[in-house]
Design a protein around this ligand. Structure first.
Ligand SMILES: CC(C)(COP(=O)(O)OP(=O)(O)OC[C@H]1O[C@@H](n2cnc3c(N)ncnc32)[C@H](O)[C@@H]1OP(=O)(O)O)[C@@H](O)C(=O)NCCC(=O)NCCS
Length: 153
């Protein structure tokens, strides 16, 4: 069985908070910890778990309270990348968003991360604009959008 099929993809819960904190998610944000707890409570954090070990995390939030936006996505360690886990996590999110009535999904990638940009395009996103000098390290951010086609059946 390949890796993507062996992984359990699910929403994070309170018991995942220690792992999320270990990953230092939101550590630089003034309200980082509170926001993370809120996002977990609102089913806005998705994890990929392989035999009890968390190897992937996707977090989204709602721009203008209505447009889902992927604000964080990684598969770690690197050896697990490129084996379909990111695709499965994105699919899990998309199914959940469709069920909640959303019709599009936004994401972004740093301008100096062409691999992430290419991955998004492969996953059906198209580029909708760039914000220059938006990150603390001076890099820009490419924004991408994907329409969520209704599910068959
Ligand atoms: C980006 C990331 C989340 C993608 O997850 P992943 O599990 O590695 O990707 P998948 O294996 O699910 O990729 C799905 C498909 O995209 C392809 N793909 C993967 N990386 C690609 C790339 N850079 N360019 C084009 N296609 C790519 C895969 O070959 C696969 O195609 P296939 O199904 O036809 O074989 C992961 O690689 C990662 O954590 N990267 C480092 C952190 C990062 O850049 N995060 C994104 C910041 S927004």
């Amino acid at each position: 069985m390949n890796l993507a099929d062996r992984v359990e993809v699910r929403f994070a819960s309170g018991s995942d908070m220690s792992w999320l904190r270990e990953m230092e998610i939101g550590k630089d944000d003034p309200q980082g910890r509170e926001m993370l707890e809120l996002h977990v409570r609102m089913d806005q954090v998705i994890l990929a778990v392989l035999e009890g070990r968390t190897i992937g995390c996707l977090r989204f939030e709602l721009l203008w309270s209505k447009l889902p936006f992927v604000s964080l996505l990684f598969i770690r360690p690197d050896e697990y990348q490129g084996q379909g886990v990111g695709r499965r996590m994105l699919g899990f999110l998309e199914d959940s968003l469709r069920q909640r009535g959303y019709r599009s999904l936004m994401s972004s990638a740093q301008t100096d991360n062409p691999r992430s940009q290419a991955w998004h395009r492969k996953m059906g996103f198209h580029e909708i604009g760039i914000l220059y000098d938006i990150n603390t390290d001076g890099t820009g951010e490419v924004f991408l959008l994907k329409q969520l086609a209704p599910q068959d059946g």
